[in-house]
Design a protein around this ligand. Structure first.
Ligand code: SAH
Length: 258
């Protein structure tokens, strides 16, 4: 009997190819087919040996080149058609805002063996390269990862109580289109207008930019600086450490708007 196909849902990390896990690197070498996302960096795609079948399944905001249901179906079909090693390569970590769990459910329902390989999520990449620790004694005793993106154009909202604690680092993903409601929610939650905010664009990549601002000024600052996705919005006292702890190569990219 022919062996069955298997799918690996693999995190590619935030962009720097050296932040791939050893397991991810091995699977990129061994795969027969790789289905990858828009956020997988060119440098990482460059590590894939010639001859591997590459399928792009990226989704740009507002320009859905492939619906999630179609991606789920494609993974199942690829696995059923013949026996092979299929790598589903996703930016960051597959189980953090990556919809990897929906793909896992589809594979599970179709009876296809799969394995999840975690990756470094964008918030961890940005924390290290921009010098904004997610926790820091006396400043942040917890952190939260929050999505700025909601299904089917629903208005952005989050329980305000969740934003109120000053001793935490908040990291908003996919948030560039939702800065106004996020700012309003932070203020309604009682956060002071001068609470530090950082926008980290292209974290860990050669084009990384860090924009330092405040809750009050963040909407204007982002507009003026022309921040583009992919970017994270980081909020909290730990943002103040960016100048001191940011990686030397990146410090010149820090812009202040406060
Ligand atoms: N699974 C991914 C997140 C996918 S959602 C992870 O764990 O990181 C896509 C969002 O992630 C982007 O809109 C952006 O907010 C964030 N993101 C991904 N890579 C990034 C990078 N290199 N720099 C800044 N933000 C990034």
């Amino acid at each position: 009997m022919a062996t069955q196909s298997k799918v690996w849902l693999v995190g590619a990390g935030p962009g720097d190819p050296e932040l791939l896990t050893v397991k991810a690197q091995r699977l990129l070498r061994e795969a027969d087919v790789i289905v990858y996302d828009r956020l997988v960096s060119q440098a990482i795609l460059g590590l894939i040996p010639r001859g591997v079948q590459l399928i792009y399944a990226g989704k740009a905001c507002g320009n859905h080149s492939m619906a999630q249901e179609d991606i789920n179906r494609m993974l199942v079909r690829l696995a059923q058609s013949r026996s092979r090693k299929i790598v589903r390569l996703k930016g960051g970590d597959p189980y953090i805002f990556g919809r990897g769990s929906e793909e896992a459910q589809a594979l599970q329902q179709a009876g296809i063996p799969f394995e999840v390989v975690p990756g470094i999520t964008a918030a961890q990449g940005a924390a290290a390269s921009a010098g904004i620790p997610l926790t820091h004694r006396g400043m942040a005793r917890r952190f939260q990862l929050i999505t700025g993106h909601f299904q089917q154009d629903q208005p952005w909202s989050v329980q305000e109580a969740a934003l109120a604690d000053e001793q935490q680092t908040l990291v908003f993903y996919m948030a560039l289109g939702q800065l106004e409601p996020i700012r309003a929610a932070l203020l309604r939650a009682g956060r002071t207008p001068d609470t530090p905010v950082a926008l980290v664009e292209q974290a860990t990549l050669p084009g990384q930019r860090v924009l330092q601002t405040t809750i009050d000024a963040m909407v204007d600052a982002v507009r003026q600086a022309g921040v583009q996705p992919p970017a994270l919005v980081m909020v909290g006292e730990t943002v103040r450490l960016a100048q001191a702890l940011g990686q030397p190569a990146r410090i010149s990219e820090v812009q202040r708007h406060v």
